[in-house]
Design a protein around this ligand. Structure first.
Ligand code: NAD
Length: 450
């Protein structure tokens, strides 16, 4: 089947290569010419494990091509998949500008029955809005299917190839059957397709992300409470998570959630709910807790080093919003970097994959270190913001030599409990356990442990 994927980012490129791998003829198009030029010359513009091999294989077999001419790619494709960005606009709502641009083009150029697939994350009611917009432009038959994507960056290829579920929101049997066939090769032992009405499909995506964000904010808030009460969040999460209704999965305290999805999708869901006249209490709190949690590493640094950081050097390990991706959108590290730069601190940074993206954003304001240990050189403190594998077991002697007194490690991901770092004279400040007895000053976010 001929498929056109519009928007060749994390979702579009993975979906395009994934559908090509099952024998479809796929063109991935994008308005970003640089991206398309890179892809055409065999370079993958994003870091995603397994993606380069998948793309290369399908290009070699002639099943996957790239184009920056969106208008030319749409006619003749049975399925047009929208995977363009839906970033947060100033008022928290999802910005549908790119989606509506592409929809306009679709309405202008289709010449035969076309299935328009909304894979971008879009608010409830978008399917109807898109349908109305196309109807104004053409008499050619078409159908709009809501098919939100659930892949995770860092595991995107395997999530796409082995989905937990495929949501197809459509009332049109013909379109449903085409989409079902397209996804059949990705079903494991049992069918993973859930058919529903488009509005429910649209909401399902937001509810999934909002629930995951809720678990994170919940355990993060518990972690801060643990510091106030002199408890240990690791014990508490294991104890509570032993109940199979709760579980320990996705229940780790840290420095807040980030990325291109949770923050904007939580905000967009809040806006949708507000517009419907039913504001969401829990989700609003999730968002507030996350904003506070992102400030904790900075608060801990100031408590450990004093309020004036202008003459300090601080090392930061981990700039991506999570391991195995180069995506820095809304990464907790960004909140920290901004605060440190505002204070005039010298900031030495390292990340295994995200350095180019950070450099594009921060220019020469930071000291970029190609080796992780170099980021610790001469620093009074090292903050670990992303749990990349290579940060898990650092050499205590090397760190002790490179850091300057007071040699503080802000362990934003609780990697270094019982790691031997403290025996070498380093002070490790984790999240959610207290070094000091209960009752110490607990007014700052981050509580008594910092
Ligand atoms: P991205 O920013 O990586 O990619 C979007 C691409 O769309 C960019 O390459 C951009 O140049 C292109 N684009 C923008 N306007 C265009 C236009 N008018 N015509 C053609 N191309 C255009 O975004 P992403 O992370 O792949 O996310 C895409 C959508 O999928 C979003 O709605 C997002 O919420 C959703 N989503 C993302 C993830 C994820 O993990 N990244 C997971 C599930 C769902």
């Amino acid at each position: 089947m001929k498929i056109c994927v519009v928007g060749t980012g994390y979702v579009g490129l993975v979906a395009g290569a994934g559908f090509a791998s099952t024998g479809n003829e796929v063109v991935c198009c994008d308005v970003d010419e640089t991206k398309i030029v890179a892809l055409r010359s065999g370079r993958i513009p994003i870091f995603e494990p397994g993606l380069a091999e998948l793309v290369e294989d399908n290009v070699r077999h002639g099943r996957l091509v790239f184009s920056s001419d969106v208008r030319a790619c749409i006619p003749g494709s049975r399925v047009v998949i929208l995977a363009v960005g839906t970033p947060m606009s100033a008022d928290g709502r999802a910005d549908l500008g790119a989606v509506l641009d592409v929809v306009q083009t679709i309405g202008e150029v289709i010449t035969e029955y076309t299935i328009v697939v909304l894979k971008s994350t879009v608010p409830v009611g978008t399917n109807e809005r898109v349908t109305r917009a196309i109807l104004k432009l053409t008499t050619v038959p078409f159908s709009v299917v809501s098919n939100p994507e659930f892949l995770k960056e860092g595991d995107a290829v395997s999530d796409f190839m082995k989905p937990d579920r495929v949501i197809l929101g459509t009332g049109d049997d013909r379109a449903f059957e085409v989409m079902r066939k397209l996804y059949l090769p990705f079903q494991r032992r049992s069918e993973r397709i859930l058919r529903m009405d488009p509005r429910s499909a649209e909401l399902t995506k937001y509810v999934s992300n909002a629930y995951l964000a809720t678990r994170i904010s919940f355990i993060n808030e518990v972690a801060v409470l643990c510091e106030h009460l002199g408890c240990d969040v690791t014990m508490v999460r294991h104890g509570a998570g032993a109940d199979s209704r709760i579980g320990t999965h996705f229940f780790y305290p840290g420095v807040g959630y980030g990325g291109s999805c949770f923050p904007k999708d939580v905000k967009a869901l809040m806006a949708t709910a507000d517009d419907s006249g039913f504001p969401l209490e829990i989700i609003s709190a999730v968002d507030r807790v996350n904003t506070r949690q992102k400030q904790i590493p900075y608060a801990k640094l100031r408590r450990a080093l004093g309020e004036n950081l202008s003459d300090r050097t601080i090392g930061v390990w981990g700039l991506a919003f999570k391991p195995r991706t180069d995506d820095i959108r809304e990464a907790p590290a960004q909140s920290l970097l901004r605060s440190l730069l505002e204070d005039g601190a010298t900031v030495r940074v390292h990340d295994p994959a995200a350095m180019d993206n950070v450099r594009r954003e921060y220019g020469e304001g930071l000291v970029y270190c190609s080796d992780a240990y170099e980021a610790a050189r001469g620093a009074s403190a090292l903050c670990v913001m992303t749990e990349w594998q290579e940060y898990r077991t650092p050499d205590p002697d090397r760190l002790a030599d490179l850091l300057r007194p007071p040699r503080v490690i802000v362990d934003g991901r609780n990697l270094y409990r019982d790691s031997g770092l403290e025996e070498r004279g380093l002070t490790v400040l984790g999240i959610g356990y207290s070094l000091f007895p209960a009752g110490a000053d607990s007014r700052m976010p981050g509580g008594s442990g910092a």
